[in-house]
Design a protein around this ligand. Structure first.
Ligand code: GCU
Length: 434
C-alpha cells in the first residue's frame, strides 16, 4: 500500500474508532456511582490494562474519547488548509540583540472556516543548535508581553482587568504590561524560545460562542453547540496544536521539534494539560496553578467552599466545558474518570504541577493526589513517575517525570515561577544551552 494511502487509512480508522466508542458511551443516567478514584489501568468495560501495548492501543484512545465526550467536547479537526499569511515583522535586535522577535499571522481555512491567529515568536540569537521552545497562551494579547511597537493589538474582546483595556478592547496602553509575567529576557538567557498567542484570537472568554471559531465547525443547519461540541478550553487547546504545527512545519531549523514544552496559567493551565494529553508532539507540560477542570480532582465534596468544585466552575464559567459536563455538577462520582487520567495521557512525558500556598482554590493538595493516581501508568510505561510519597517542602522543586512545586504567595505567574519552569525543563529535556 503506498505510504500516503496507508496514513490516510489510519486517520479514517482512528476517527471511526473514536466515533464508534463515543456512540457506545453510556448516557449520564446509566453511569454507576464510583466515589473512589477510577483506576486508570481499567477499561470502561472492566477489563484490566497490563501492558504498554494495551495502554497505547486501547486505554489511551478510550480515555481521550471519554474526556472529550463528557467534559471538554471534541476538539475541532486540524484545518484542511493553513498558511502563514504574513510575517508582520521580525526584529533581530530585540533584547539588545540577544533575541529575534517576530510575529506571524496564521490563517486557517475549511469549508466554513476562515480565521486568523497571531503568533509571537522569540528565539535566542546565540545558540549552538536548535532551541527548545515553550508554547504559551496569554490572557491579554501578544502586545502585553513586550513594549515593542510592532506587536499586534487584538481587535476582539479582552478582559476588563487587562492593563490598557478600554470598553473591553485592548489599546496601546497595554504594551508590555505583562512583561513580568512572561519574562522573555530570562527565557532567552536560559537558551529557550517562546511562541505565544492570545486565547481571544480563537474564542474570547465570554459565554458567547458566536465570537469564536466554534460555529465554523457546525454541521449544516446547526445553530448551537451539541452536548459534545467543544467548550472554550477545547478550542484553546486546538490553538496550542496549531502553534505546534507552525513550529514543526515552518521553524524546524531554528527550534528543536523534540523539545516543545507547553505552559499556561490557571484557565490557560487547564488548557495546557488538555493540549498535552491530546498531542504527543508536546514533550513537556507545565499547567501552572490550573486547579479544577484541569489538574485538581473532580471528586471533591460538592459543598466544599475552600476549593473550586465542578458545580461552581460550570455555574460561573458555563462556556469552558461541553454541555455534557454540568450533568455531573451534583454527582462528580459518576464521572468515568478523574483528572489523574488526563495526566496519565501525558505518560511517560514530564509534567510539572506548580502551585502557591495562598491559592488553595486550585486545590494544591488534591493536585498531588492526581500525581499519585497517574503514577502507575508512568511505571507501566517504564518511567520513574512520582519520586515522592509526600509533597515537597515549600519552594523545593520535586524534579521528576511527575513534578511538583509549591511556593509561598498568591495566584500568579512570575519570574520566580519561570526560574522553576526552566530548571524543570533543563533537567527533563536537556539544558537550553546544551
Ligand atoms: C477563577 C476560576 C479558576 C481559574 C481562575 C483563572 O478563579 O474559578 O478555575 O483557574 O479563575 O483562570 O485565573
Amino acid at each position: 500500500m503506498p505510504k500516503v494511502l496507508g496514513f490516510a487509512t489510519f486517520i479514517v480508522l482512528a476517527v471511526t474508532v473514536s466515533n464508534t466508542m463515543a456512540a457506545d458511551f453510556p448516557d449520564f443516567a446509566s453511569l454507576p456511582s464510583r466515589p473512589e478514584l477510577p483506576d486508570p489501568l481499567v477499561m470502561l468495560d472492566g477489563s484490566k490494562v497490563t501492558t504498554a501495548a494495551d495502554w497505547n492501543t486501547k486505554r489511551k484512545p478510550e480515555l481521550k474519547a471519554l474526556f472529550q465526550h463528557y467534559m471538554y467536547g471534541y476538539l475541532p479537526p486540524k484545518p484542511q488548509k493553513w498558511t502563514v499569511e504574513e510575517v508582520s515583522f521580525s526584529d533581530d535586535a530585540f533584547l539588545d540583540g540577544k533575541a529575534t522577535l517576530s510575529e506571524s499571522r496564521l490563517a486557517f481555512f475549511g469549508p466554513e472556516l476562515k480565521h486568523r491567529l497571531h503568533v509571537l515568536l522569540v528565539l535566542p540569537n546565540k545558540r549552538s543548535g536548535p532551541a527548545p521552545v515553550f508554547v504559551g497562551m496569554n490572557f491579554c494579547g501578544n502586545h502585553a508581553l513586550a513594549s515593542h511597537p510592532q506587536i499586534h493589538i487584538p481587535e476582539s474582546w479582552v478582559y476588563k482587568s487587562c492593563a490598557g483595556s478600554e470598553n473591553e478592547r485592548a489599546t496601546a496602553k497595554g504594551r508590555g504590561a505583562q512583561a513580568d509575567v512572561w519574562n522573555l529576557d530570562l527565557i532567552i538567557e536560559r537558551g529557550y524560545g517562546l511562541a505565544c498567542f492570545y486565547s481571544g484570537d480563537l474564542d474570547p472568554d465570554t459565554a458567547d460562542f458566536s465570537d469564536g471559531i466554534e460555529p465554523a465547525f457546525y454541521k449544516p443547519g446547526q445553530t448551537a453547540p451539541t452536548p459534545t461540541d467543544p467548550g472554550a478550553i477545547a478550542t484553546w487547546a486546538w490553538g496550542y496544536h496549531r502553534v505546534v504545527d507552525f513550529l514543526v512545519e515552518k521553524h524546524a531549523q531554528a527550534i528543536d521539534v523534540n523539545r516543545i514544552a507547553a505552559v499556561g496559567h490557571s484557565r490557560n493551565g487547564k488548557t495546557t494539560l488538555l493540549a498535552a494529553a491530546l498531542d504527543e508532539r508536546i514533550a513537556l507540560a507545565i499547567p501552572h496553578q490550573a486547579g479544577c477542570g484541569g489538574t485538581a480532582p473532580d471528586r471533591v465534596a460538592i459543598d466544599r467552599k475552600d476549593v473550586e468544585t465542578i458545580r461552581r466552575i460550570n455555574t460561573v464559567f458555563p462556556h469552558w466545558f461541553c454541555d455534557n459536563f454540568p450533568l455531573f455538577n451534583e454527582a462528580p462520582d459518576k464521572l468515568p474518570f478523574d483528572q489523574h487520567c488526563l495526566l496519565a495521557l501525558c505518560a511517560p512525558r514530564p509534567v510539572l504541577y506548580s502551585n502557591a500556598v495562598e491559592d488553595q482554590w486550585a486545590n494544591p493538595d488534591g493536585q498531588f493526589e492526581m500525581l499519585k493516581g497517574a503514577d502507575p501508568v508512568y511505571r507501566l510505561l517504564g518511567s520513574t513517575g512520582l519520586e515522592a510519597k509526600e509533597k515537597p517542602e515549600l519552594s523545593k522543586l520535586l524534579n521528576g517525570k511527575l513534578g511538583y512545586y509549591i511556593r509561598p504567595g498568591k495566584h500568579s505567574m512570575d519570574r520566580e515561577d519561570w526560574g522553576v519552569f526552566l530548571d524543570y525543563a533543563d533537567k527533563q529535556l536537556g539544558s537550553g544551552k546544551r
